[in-house]
Design a protein around this ligand. Structure first.
Ligand code: ASP
Length: 340
């Protein structure tokens, strides 16, 4: 009888949905990335630029996919995929990050583990080569969730992470963008197309979400923020729940867009919450949050997401978002423009 009771208890516990949702037999693996959303128009893009973006997106996503394919963790896939985009001068993260009003670089990043709901983030750092790795280190090797500025840099140094001189991050393109934005800053008579173009010049975060073969989700986001930002402004990218969120019970989300709106709309967590509490699909939840919530507030941007079954969302209310997806079978999609 006693043995029966123990067995019944074990069965009962096994039926509960724990926070750390285990791998479901239906779960396959998959990975989705973004390289920023905005007024990305074909008429403003040279064929060479477009090819370079598509090639780097493909290189990045194949890096993470190869890790997942051999049974590697979603954490490792997210980290290594983001490294490729941080190391590329094309994207506003790591090398090639946008400049502040003082022509300095201030990088933000965050990471979340969907199995444990552990998270780490850094904000306003100037010398950490790969901010996503510092965010992961904060999660794994500190008692905190978010570190900023000089403290975050000395923590990263203590962790043995690569530090570089701030000049490493600079590119001519971002310097010119700062000059353009400054020159037009005081112009009040911009038409809406000009204003949108100017906003697009200012952004371009990178992010990655992945589901591994054990059914674990992870999300990471890394950015230089917005061109001409002032007063140590921090955007949504390092804020858990706004720019990044992962929970094995629902999905993993990474956002890109006008950070102030994404913070106020708590975008990444809102999508996860609609799925967890209301049973919505990832596509339904992402549409509601990006269009009905962010859009109605006046913000713009997009998200990439993957759920615990490998279903994905790549939703935006902008003219484009650099993005790519690879599923467990190795099918690859790389897209830039909204209508693609
Ligand atoms: N969300 C970023 C920020 O506001 C910018 C971007 O995604 O392009 O800092």
């Amino acid at each position: 009888m006693k043995r029966f009771l123990v067995l019944a208890l074990l069965l009962f516990l096994g039926c509960e949905t724990p926070k750390n949702t285990p791998a479901s037999p239906e779960s396959t693996f998959g990975i989705v990335i973004h390289g920023g959303a905005g007024t990305i128009l074909k008429k403003n893009m040279t064929p060479e630029m477009e090819a370079a973006y598509r090639a780097t997106l493909e290189e990045a996503i194949r890096t993470g996919h190869a890790i997942l394919k051999v049974g590697g963790s979603s954490k490792e896939a997210v980290e290594k995929t983001i490294h490729v985009m941080e190391n590329s001068p094309l994207f506003n993260a790591g090398k090639g990050a946008v400049l502040t009003a003082d022509a300095t670089i201030e990088l933000d990043a965050s990471f979340m583990d969907g199995a444990t709901l552990d998270a780490g983030a850094i904000a306003g750092v100037q010398t950490i080569k790969n901010p996503i790795s510092a965010a992961i280190a904060v999660m794994e090797d500190s008692p905190h969730v978010m570190l900023s500025g000089k403290g975050a840099e000395s923590f990263a140094e203590g962790q043995g992470l690569a530090l570089v001189a701030p000049e490493y991050f600079y590119t001519k393109r971002r310097q010119q963008a700062l000059e353009r934005v400054k020159a037009r800053e005081n112009q009040t008579a911009l038409n809406s197309e000009e204003a949108a173009y100017l906003r697009a010049q200012r952004r371009g975060t990178v992010g990655c979400v992945a589901l591994d073969q054990s059914g674990n989700l992870a999300a990471g986001t890394s950015t230089g923020g917005m061109t001409n930002k002032k007063w140590n402004r921090i955007g949504d990218a390092p804020i858990i729940g706004a720019g990044t969120y992962a929970n094995n019970a629902s999905c993993a989300i990474s956002a890109t867009g006008w950070g102030e709106y994404f913070i106020r709309a708590v975008v990444a967590h809102d999508i996860a919450a609609l799925m967890e509490y209301k049973g919505l699909s990832i596509q339904e939840a992402a549409k509601i949050v990006i269009h009905d919530k962010v859009g109605k507030l006046g913000g713009d941007g997009g998200i990439v997401g993957i759920d615990n079954k490998g279903q994905i969302a790549m939703e935006m209310n902008t003219a484009g978002m650099y993005r790519a997806h690879m599923d467990g079978k190795g099918n690859l999609t790389v897209k830039i423009y909204a209508e693609e």
